[in-house]
Ligand binder design. Structure first.
Ligand code: MG
Length: 242
C-alpha cells in the first residue's frame, strides 16, 4: 500500500454491523427472530429461511457477503419471500425494520466505541456511519454506546443516499463534511463496503475481521485488512489535515 494514501485521510466512514458491532454475537439471535417472524408459525420453515439467507441454523455462523450479512431489510424480506415466507414483501420489510431497531439493545460492540470515536474526533477526523440497516437503528446504536455526539454523518438504507454497493452514502458523507473522496477511509467487514468505497473513489479501503468476512474473502477488494477498528488509531495520521 502506498503510504501517501494514508497521509491524506481526514474522514472515516464506518459500516456498523461486523465493524462497530460484533456480527455473530449481535445478529445471530436477531436473524433467528427475523426468520421466526417471516415463518409466521411454520416452525419447519424457520431453518430454511435462515439457510437461504446465509446463516447456518445450527452453528449460528453467517456466511460472508450473504443476504443476512450484507442485505438491507427490504432485500432480506424479498429473499425470505422467495424462500417460502407467505408475507408480502412491503409488510415483512416493515416488521423487520421494527425488529432491527429493537435489536440495537442486544448488540455487542467491538471495542469501547465512545472512547475510540472521541479520540479520533480529537485528532480532527470527520466521522460517519453508513449501514444497510435503517437510520433509526444506527442512531439507537450510537446513543447506546455513547458516540452519537462525535458523528458528523449517518446514512442508513432509508436515508436517501442509495444502497450499498452504490457510491451514494460515501458521496453524501463527502458533501456533508466537505472532503474529497480521496480524503476518506471506508471501513467495513463486507465486500459491498469495499466496492462502495471503490465506486466512490475513496482514498483508503479498510477491511476488518470482526464481521462475517475473512482475509480470504476481503483482501482482493481492500487496501488493508485489520483485526478490528482499534488498529485504525495506529494506522492513520496523528492529525487529520483539514
Ligand atoms: Mg457489515
Amino acid at each position: 500500500m502506498n503510504p501517501d494514501k494514508l497521509t491524506r485521510i481526514a474522514g472515516i466512514l464506518f459500516d456498523k454491523d461486523g465493524t462497530l458491532l460484533r456480527y455473530d454475537e449481535s445478529w445471530g439471535p436477531v436473524n433467528r427472530e427475523a426468520a421466526r417472524i417471516a415463518a409466521a408459525g411454520n416452525a419447519g420453515l424457520e431453518p430454511q429461511l435462515l439457510f437461504s439467507g446465509g446463516m447456518d441454523p445450527v452453528s449460528g455462523h453467517t456466511r460472508a457477503d450473504s443476504l443476512l450479512a450484507a442485505g438491507n431489510a427490504a432485500e432480506i424480506a424479498a429473499g425470505f419471500v422467495s424462500a417460502g415466507s407467505l408475507f408480502d414483501v412491503a409488510e415483512l420489510t416493515r416488521l423487520l425494520d421494527e425488529l432491527f431497531v429493537r435489536a440495537a439493545e442486544f448488540s455487542v460492540p467491538v471495542a469501547d466505541l465512545a472512547g475510540l470515536f472521541a479520540r479520533l474526533k480529537a485528532r480532527g477526523f470527520k466521522l460517519g456511519v453508513a449501514s444497510s440497516d435503517n437510520e433509526e437503528s444506527i442512531r439507537q446504536t450510537a446513543i447506546r454506546f455513547g458516540f452519537i455526539d462525535h458523528l458528523d454523518f449517518i446514512a442508513g438504507y432509508d436515508s436517501g443516499h442509495g444502497v450499498k454497493p452504490e457510491p451514494g452514502m460515501v458521496l453524501g458523507f463527502c458533501r456533508a463534511v466537505g472532503l474529497d473522496p480521496g480524503e476518506v477511509a471506508m471501513v467495513g467487514d463486507n465486500n459491498h463496503d469495499m466496492h462502495m468505497g471503490e465506486k466512490a473513489g475513496v482514498g483508503l479501503k479498510v477491511a476488518v475481521l470482526t464481521g462475517t468476512g475473512s482475509r480470504e474473502t476481503l483482501s482482493a477488494a481492500a487496501d488493508i485488512c485489520l483485526d478490528d477498528i482499534t488498529a485504525l488509531e495506529r494506522l492513520l495520521p496523528e492529525k487529520a489535515e483539514a
